[in-house]
Design a protein around this ligand. Structure first.
Ligand SMILES: Nc1nc2c(c(=O)[nH]1)N(C=O)[C@@H](CNc1ccc(C(=O)N[C@@H](CCC(=O)O)C(=O)O)cc1)CN2
Ligand SMILES: Nc1ncnc2c1ncn2[C@@H]1O[C@H](COP(=O)(O)OP(=O)(O)OP(=O)(O)O)[C@@H](O)[C@H]1O
Length: 237
């Protein structure tokens, strides 16, 4: 009986998520391109000027996809990959890992890159790192890194003000974050700060339907500012 109740509840959540995804996708498609560009600039400026971004040394970030109407990350990515030089870029050197979908079982790796030239388009038109670097070596997987990631910059379709996140339905990020948090726990590392980037229309007043497997974010950056949700966010932001 308990199992049947749970299954029915998950079915309802699934349906609610699909309906919400359709609505948000429609709203994103309807966004005026000029306003969208302004929002891209505003969100990236907030991130680039934030102390928690400036002080980060190891990050996972997504490579934004125009077709999916994701908040642009190109300026953030360029800033991370720009070689520090005493004259104009005083930033702390940062190690960057970006997503690569490995299989249809929703497994995603976050692989180390040092330049955007190491990315190629996949079947979904998302830029991803090649598995081998230009010297023929396997790229470092963040799960093998000997140093903790301090910041995750996440995509998503919709968010609420309690940090609930609706993704595109693959479960890629939920699985990755769960596994990474387990690894960090085993190694005695602080968990990374997870920050989602969103257009204003992606922040909903209503609660996002979630299941037990959905991992909430610590904070959301939208053009209106930073919404800090978790105790980790309140401590570190
Ligand atoms: N830039 C970026 N990279 C990413 C993700 C992401 O959300 N954004 N992912 C995060 O998981 C993984 C890829 N997962 C994806 C899942 C769905 C779709 C997609 O095209 N979905 C369509 C609908 C497809 C359908 O249901 O028919 C869409 O959302 O419009 C793309 C990527 C890894 N890399
Ligand atoms: N940690 C996990 N282990 C196993 N299955 C999972 C896990 N997290 C999510 N899933 C499954 O993946 C599927 C998609 O989940 P969901 O709809 O929450 O994805 P999403 O949050 O929209 O996607 P993403 O995390 O890629 O942004 C569901 O069937 C869900 O049960």
């Amino acid at each position: 009986m308990a199992t049947r109740t749970t299954t029915a509840a998950s079915g309802a959540v699934l349906e609610q998520k699909q309906a919400l995804r359709s609505r948000v996708r429609r709203n994103l498609k309807a966004l005026d391109p000029i306003q969208r560009k302004q929002q891209d600039e505003a969100v990236q400026k907030l991130v680039l000027e934030a102390p928690w971004f400036k002080s980060s040394t190891s990050l996972c970030a997504y490579i934004s996809c125009e077709g999916l109407r994701e908040v642009d990350t190109s300026k953030i990515i360029s800033s991370i990959l720009h070689k520090p030089d005493s004259a104009c870029n005083m930033q702390i050197p940062k190690t960057l890992y970006v997503p690569r979908v490995e299989d249809k079982e929703s497994n995603m790796k976050l692989l180390h890159i040092t330049s955007v030239s190491e990315l190629i388009g996949n079947s979904m038109n998302i830029l991803e790192p090649t598995p081998l670097d230009n010297t023929g070596h396997q790229r470092e997987d963040v799960m093998q890194a000997d140093k903790p990631v301090d910041l995750l910059l996440l995509p998503g379709l919709a968010f609420d003000r309690s940090g609930r996140r609706l993704g595109r339905g693959g479960g890629y990020y939920d699985r990755f974050i769960k596994t990474y948090l387990e690894l960090a726990g085993k190694r005695g590392w602080q968990p990374p700060l997870s920050v989602a980037l969103a257009y204003s229309t992606q922040i909903l007043d209503e609660a996002i339907p979630v299941s037990a497997l959905d991992v909430p974010v610590d904070a959301i950056v939208s053009p209106s500012g930073v919404i800090s949700v978790s105790s980790i966010a309140l401590e570190r932001m």
